[in-house]
Design a protein around this ligand. Structure first.
Ligand code: C2E
Ligand code: MG
Ligand code: MG
Length: 378
């Protein structure tokens, strides 16, 4: 007989809202690997409501729904909550060893992920210190004239020309491990140095737009940026700062003040990935933002039968009404470009114009662009 002992801490709650509170608290210290939710918990929330509430605050939480056959079917539940990979249904009656196996396999998966993240975090720390990161540049284009409005600087982590990790992955790890400030400072210094070099090499002042995590908006960030400008002998208007999560920029918050200071210094502030995640119309009204970048998911949905068209049209109108500019991200096809022209869109970015490129190529691009416009003027 094999006796398996599970080394884990078990916590219980008798009502959905009570469980939710425990999950909220645990996220600040040690998150639960797996949560078992009963379908019926009178008099409070049922299992479905409880799961919806859990995923609202913890979208990655693994949940096992314990349900009798007579309750909702799997199809009903997927229709209600969507298809997720962090979810199982356990039909009653079940045996203790079934619960044991679930807990073991989910915990193993979570600790593998944690270990991978820790490894990636320490590799990243070394890569930042040894300056092994680089920047790629993607042009933002004025639709009417084809001119370059700005370049977005995108961080890359490559060894021998091969990516070690994708930006969305290593940026997430940098945010979770606190490395984002060091990484972000390196990106800002590098972008400023490139801005100076670009102007020198092409005789044109084209803004370079840098992604800034909301976690970098701490007291002192504005002073540090002002100092970097001085060292590089640059005007603040030559640098754009793209901020993603506007939920962190609440009215009256410290972050909002820092953004306002940066705007007063002359930096161009952009609200990135608008329409995805947590951005909302109030974020748009935040005074510091001058430009709004509409998430590329909207562009992907721009075809004649789609309901995305009126949404993009309204967002452009609202932004213009507030005196702000709009950039549509992720333009990949001529058809999308045509639709965007019809919607009054002025600025675009995407593979249709160019993928992110090396700094040398970006310089070439500016020079070629100049030749192109001289030729077309002649
Ligand atoms: P983002 O700021 O929204 O950057 C645009 C992303 O869309 C880039 O991905 C770019 O390569 C990609 N893209 C551009 N045109 C197209 C297109 O036509 N179609 C499609 N499908 N994609 C397109 P990338 O470089 O992988 O960066 C992903 C995200 O990582 C960025 O999204 C940004 O949020 C973050 N990131 C990158 N560099 C930095 C950085 O230095 N600091 C911070 N905090 N975040 C960064
Ligand atoms: Mg961006
Ligand atoms: Mg974006």
């Amino acid at each position: 007989e094999v006796i398996v002992k599970l080394n884990c801490v078990v916590d219980t709650a008798t009502q959905g809202h009570e469980g939710l509170e425990k999950i909220r608290q645990s996220r600040l210290t040690e998150p639960y690997d797996v949560v078992f939710v009963d379908m019926r918990m009178p008099p409070g929330w049922d299992g479905l409501r409880t799961m919806r509430e859990i995923w609202n605050i913890a979208p990655d939480q693994f949940v096992v729904l314990c349900s009798a056959y007579s309750d909702y079917s799997f199809d009903d539940i997927v229709r209600e909550l969507g298809m997720k990979s962090n979810f199982l249904i356990l039909h009653k009656p079940f045996e203790p060893d079934e619960v044991l196996q679930i807990v073991q396999s989910v915990a193993a998966k979570t600790s593998r992920q944690d270990r991978d993240d820790r490894n990636l975090g320490s590799q990243l720390e070394r890569a930042i210190a040894k300056e092994e990161l680089s920047l790629a540049f993607q042009p933002i284009i004025v639709l009417k004239t084809g001119e370059i409005w700005a370049f977005e600087a995108l961080c890359r982590w490559d060894i021998d020309g091969k990516p070690v990790s994708r930006p969305d992955e290593f940026i997430r790890v940098a945010e979770e491990t606190g490395l984002i400030c060091d990484l972000g400072n390196w990106v800002l210094r590098e972008a400023m140095a490139c801005s100076k070099q670009l102007e020198y090499a092409t005789n044109e002042s084209i803004r370079i737009s840098v992604n800034v995590s909301p976690l970098q908006l701490k007291p002192g960030f504005d002073d540090a940026l002002a100092y970097m400008l001085k060292v590089n002998d640059l005007r603040a208007s030559s640098i754009g700062l793209e901020i993603t999560e506007s939920r962190c920029i609440d009215t009256g918050s410290a972050s909002e003040k820092i953004l306002a200071n940066l705007r007063d210094l002359g930096f161009h502030i952009l609200l990135d990935d608008f329409g995805s995640g947590y951005s909302n119309l109030l974020g748009l009204a935040t005074k510091a933002f001058e430009t709004l970048k509409i998430d590329r998911l909207f562009c992907a949905g721009l075809h004649s039968s789609s309901c995305t068209i009126p949404i993009v049209k309204s967002v452009i109108e609202v932004a213009n009404g507030l005196g702000k500019t709009c950039i549509v991200e992720g333009v990949e096809t001529i058809q999308q470009e045509k639709t965007l022209r019809g919607l009054g869109c002025n600025l675009v970015q995407g593979y249709l114009y160019s993928p992110p490129m090396s700094f040398d190529k970006a310089i070439e691009w500016v020079r070629e662009g100049k030749k192109r416009s001289i030729r077309s003027a002649a």
